[in-house]
Design a protein around this ligand. Sequence first.
Ligand SMILES: Cc1cc2nc3c(=O)[nH]c(=O)nc-3n(C[C@H](O)[C@H](O)[C@H](O)COP(=O)(O)OP(=O)(O)OC[C@H]3O[C@@H](n4cnc5c(N)ncnc54)[C@H](O)[C@@H]3O)c2cc1C
Length: 290
Amino acid sequence: MHPFAYIAPKTVEEAVAVLNKHGDRARPIAGGTDLLVQARGGRFDLDAVVDIKKIPELESIKNGASGLEFGAAVPCYQLYENKKLAAEYPGIMDAASLIGGIQIQSRAGLGGNLCNATPSGDGIGPLIVHYGTAVIAGPGGRRELAVEKFCTGPGRNALKKGELLVSLKFPKPSATFGAAYERFIPRNEMDIAVAGVAVSVELSADKKTIKKARVALASVAPTPVLAEAAGAALIGKSADDEAAINAAGAAAAKAAKPITDMRGTIEQRKHLVEVLTKRMIRKAVERARS
Ligand SMILES: Cc1cc2nc3c(=O)[nH]c(=O)nc-3n(C[C@H](O)[C@H](O)[C@H](O)COP(=O)(O)OP(=O)(O)OC[C@H]3O[C@@H](n4cnc5c(N)ncnc54)[C@H](O)[C@@H]3O)c2cc1C
């Protein structure tokens, strides 16, 4: 592996200055569970890695009346071990608690998962169905971007030269909100999703009707997909309406544009998306009612 400098800035501004100076030859490191594997595999030559875990803002979690904001370097375990967060943001917790194993979850976070931008990233769909926004800092100041617009291709994201993901923020879910994420893998853990589906629903006050819904897909397109037609198929329908749930499953399968590779075929992936979508809708509704 090409030797590189280790730089540990204390502020976002310092990190942005280093990233801007080195361009493609410097990369932020959060948990490093993707970055170091890729660097060792020769995917890129680095002059510097910029350790963002020493920046307090990137390690902070704020959960207030208006919603949740957590830093891009917060590791998964800090999210799911917080009982209040786990109850309020169940889809995000599903992802945080299944990425890798306990060792990976102790270092890796959802910020790194998003920036890595693999189609199979387990965290990205849940961030989308929780209406996540990426807060980005760069040489020109700060900007915000909806998570569903962040990934632009396999391993590519919307960050420009010198930009850094600072945090992810989410609106406060209502009392009738529920969300869930599940992936299909050939074994129980430590594998790459053949297909994954995240769903969120917001029910009416009597918990009978679906007011809002989102469906997001993993591993079935060059980027994670917000399947808008699948969410739309549920809105205004009874939360127990099997015909609407079936229609959402079919719409999700239609939105999937998978490839055949060593992990699965196009047909299998589309089938999985349909099955997982229906299963996740029922689970999100159950959570919204509990
Ligand atoms: C054994 C093992 C099991 C795994 N299992 C899973 C799994 O089940 N599901 C899954 O989705 N992934 C899995 N992964 C992949 C990886 O652990 C996850 O993608 C993880 O969430 C990455 O987070 P990280 O903090 O380690 O990111 P890093 O490796 O630190 O960073 C990932 C990429 O994002 C960039 N980056 C990081 N932070 C920022 C930032 N703030 N701003 C801009 N760019 C940034 C880095 O430069 C790098 O290119 C696994 C990896 C291993 C080694």
